[in-house]
Design a protein around this ligand. Structure first.
Ligand SMILES: [Zn+2]
Length: 79
C-alpha cells in the first residue's frame, strides 16, 4: 500500500466534525485526493474499526487504509 500523507493536506481542509475517534473534513480549496488526484468533497479520518456511511447516490469513494487509521475521500460523480 502506498503511504499517503494526509497530514500534508490536513491544514488545507476544514474540520467539520470531531467525535474523538473520527473526524470529518470539508474540502473548500479543491485539494487533490491523494488516491485518484481529483479534488474531493469531504474526507473522513477514523481510528474506528467499523464505520457506517450513508452515501448519497452519485457518490464515489477513495479509501486509504493506514496502519492505525482509515481515511475516506468522497467525490460527487459528475454525470
Ligand atoms: Zn479520489
Amino acid at each position: 500500500m502506498e503511504n499517503v500523507d494526509f497530514d500534508a493536506i490536513r491544514h488545507r481542509v476544514k474540520l467539520l466534525e470531531d467525535t474523538g475517534d473520527s473526524r470529518l473534513f470539508d474540502n473548500r480549496d479543491d485539494v487533490q485526493c491523494p488516491v485518484c488526484e481529483r479534488p474531493f468533497d469531504e474526507a473522513l479520518e477514523t481510528e474506528r474499526r467499523t464505520e457506517q456511511l450513508s452515501p448519497q447516490s452519485d457518490l464515489s469513494f477513495c479509501l486509504v487504509n493506514g496502519t492505525d487509521k482509515i481515511i475516506l475521500f468522497t467525490h460527487a460523480t459528475d454525470s
